[in-house]
Design a protein around this ligand. Structure first.
Ligand SMILES: *Cc1c(COP(=O)(O)O)cnc(C)c1O
Length: 368
């Protein structure tokens, strides 16, 4: 670890691989003998075109994206896609209805946004406590839905889908903002996949969208052009100035991922990292309490309370300050749920995770 750096367990924007930051630093003033920084490069230049081409090629390689899926680099974040998915796809079928699997904050927000543009059918009963993913045979889906929407990893509540839903041919739309590229997965099961980069694949500013070709061209007339998948595919994501520097950083992360061994290795590491923290929780005699059902526990965001299921404020504050002393930062739970959240994205190393696990064990010994 470079001097002055800390162990950053932030939920997003999150840690980037140090090698990526160093490479960006090296190329900052003079990118590949262009004499300028990527930030100063024309988005219509041959040099930038190469960055786009390489970034796309590496991504296709990392998760085996077939030719009939288009890749877009857009702005507006995951939140922009809450609207974009509805604006582009609600019209696929008459009735303008879509099924939403609401399993936490982010899918709830997506459903609310989509309601502006069509009918939203929530397939699960309303709840204020998100702790699990009910089995699919209990969902009340609408066979005439234009698409089925879900969030692969709920970053705030620490809930992750261990499976890809069945949808009987209805296109599946998935928000993978906080777990994309943490494991291999079958792209062909999806209609649209999107992810803001700042959790697991880069820095804020760019949103990755992967869309199946046959779903293009159905946008509502009111859809802003910058969110219109077809218009952006035709413009090769250059309908207007793209977030060029963020795309470059994402490209460096993809290169790093390939050097590390790709998504298989990330899946292996994620399993080890998550297990090391959940094991401490499960063996703590309820000193640490994770509210999430073991079947849906996130490998990316480990959420827990300290001192009991509702947490003891004093202990949680102490935990955060003691962790800080050991250079472990950004572990406060989301303000809507409280407690602690340790985020274990791809850039977090095994060693960093074990440091946290060890600290948790010691903290319990000292403060129980
Ligand atoms: C962070 C996050 C979002 C929102 O992303 P923005 O880029 O802030 O709009 C959406 N979905 C998930 C799963 C997230 O983790």
């Amino acid at each position: 670890m470079s001097e002055g750096r800390v162990i950053n367990f932030a939920p997003g924007p999150a840690k980037l691989p140090e090698a990526v930051l160093q490479r960006a630093q090296k190329e900052m003033l003079n990118y590949k003998n262009t004499g300028v920084s990527v930030m100063e490069l024309s988005h219509r230049s041959a040099d930038f075109a190469k960055i786009m081409t390489m970034t796309e090629a590496n991504l296709r390689d990392l998760i085996a994206i077939p030719e009939n899926y288009k890749i877009l680099f857009l702005q507006g974040g995951g939140t922009g896609q809450f609207a974009a998915t509805a604006l582009n796809l609600m019209n696929l079928k008459k009735g303008q209805c879509a099924d939403y699997v609401v399993t936490g904050t982010w899918s709830a927000k997506a459903a609310k946004e989509a309601e502006k543009y069509g009918k939203v059918n929530r397939v699960l009963p309303k709840t204020s406590k998100y702790t699990m993913i009910p089995p699919q045979d209990t969902w009340t889906v609408n066979p005439d839905a234009s698409y089925l929407y879900y969030c692969a990893n709920e970053t705030v509540h620490g809930i992750e889908f261990p499976f890809i839903p069945e949808s009987n041919g209805v296109p599946i739309v998935c928000d993978m903002s906080s777990n994309i590229l943490s494991k291999p997965f079958d792209v062909t099961k999806f209609g649209v996949i999107y992810a803001g980069a700042q959790k697991n694949i880069g820095c804020a500013g760019v949103t990755l969208v992967i869309v199946r070709e046959d779903l293009l061209g159905h946008a509502m007339p009111i859809c802003p052009t910058i969110l219109d998948y077809k218009a952006q595919v035709e413009a090769n994501s250059l309908y207007n100035t793209p977030p060029a520097y963020s795309i470059y950083i994402m490209g460096l992360v993809f290169e790093w991922l390939k050097e590390q061994g790709g998504t298989d290795i990330m899946e292996e590491r994620s399993a080890i990292k998550a297990k090391s923290i959940y094991d401490v929780i499960d063996e703590s005699n309820s000193f640490y309490c994770c509210p999430v059902d073991p079947s849906a526990r996130s490998r990316m965001n480990v959420c827990f309370r300290i001192g009991g299921p509702d947490g003891v404020d004093e202990l949680e504050k102490k935990f955060i300050s003691e962790a800080q002393k050991r250079k472990m930062v950004s572990i406060k739970g989301h303000r809507s749920v409280g407690g602690i959240r340790v985020s274990l994205y791809n850039a977090i190393t095994l060693e960093e995770t074990f440091t946290m696990a060890q600290f948790m064990t010691e903290f319990q010994a000292n403060y129980q």
